[in-house]
Design a protein around this ligand. Sequence first.
Ligand SMILES: NC(=O)c1ccc[n+]([C@@H]2O[C@H](COP(=O)([O-])OP(=O)(O)OC[C@H]3O[C@@H](n4cnc5c(N)ncnc54)[C@H](OP(=O)(O)O)[C@@H]3O)[C@@H](O)[C@H]2O)c1
Length: 267
Amino acid sequence: MKIGFIGFGEVSFTIASILLKNKSKNKANVELYSCSENRSEKTKQLMKSIGIKDLKTIENLFKVVDIIISANSPVSALKIAKTYDKNIKKIFIDFNNISPETTNKISNIIGNNFIKGSIIGNIKSKEHIIYLSGEKSEKIEILKDYGLNIKIVGKSPEIASKIKILRSIYTKGVSALLVETLNIAKSMNLEETTLNTIAIGECNNFKTKAISRKENSLKNAKRKYEEMCEILEYLNGFKDNSYEDIDYTMIKSIAKKFKYLNKNYEN
Ligand SMILES: NC(=O)c1ccc[n+]([C@@H]2O[C@H](COP(=O)([O-])OP(=O)(O)OC[C@H]3O[C@@H](n4cnc5c(N)ncnc54)[C@H](OP(=O)(O)O)[C@@H]3O)[C@@H](O)[C@H]2O)c1
């Protein structure tokens, strides 16, 4: 099984590491590839560090591999999918954080070889799950044997990205509220007590998770703001149909909060 990564950052590196770690336990072999043309030194170093084969260009990668993994950035996802030639009939998995609308555009380009992958949780965390949807998702279920925590959620590619969006609204909302609450508590000199009080009735390691959630929200406020804007843009598309009664007050506030955090907590 030849797998090729377009983009070799945190996601591709982590997935490649898991596949290589579990390679010896399986009968079928996996060979991993990527392409370094136009990529930064950081990416090239990551590729080298894991010994992945460099095919230089995307065109070469399309020719050589059986499965293509696109994990680069939400803004380049569609442009990269447009370089796919339908005649090669190879599975194309997109792992970028893209809206269901962009997912559908990519699906129209790739056809039934397209699988949408949504990484739920941080890829580096042991708790992450990879949701997959697309007609041929079952074909790559074999990667479970190579240590990937895969869950197939449907035949239509947009399902995986819709679930991701819904989870994203919830988790970013909780983060925004937590940051705001702790900030008020800090001004009252009650941050620690507030954390201990909220922890009552929450999960065991709530306090550690809450502190990490707060730090992550401040560090990545810009990206989170952009993601909330994308979600709002997607939901606004619902205005003309049966979803028109949905109220987005909270979602708009979450976006506003991350805009504020980005402006006021630069790092
Ligand atoms: N990290 C996570 O836990 C996580 C979770 C869910 C979803 N995602 C999504 O997965 C995708 C990748 O995330 P990441 O964390 O791996 O990002 P990352 O660490 O920033 O790595 C991105 C990689 O893509 C390359 N790249 C950027 N633009 C490209 C283009 N036009 N063509 C080819 N390669 C390109 C980058 O190369 P250069 O170094 O040359 O720029 C780099 O190798 C993103 O869309 C992100 O939203 C990430």
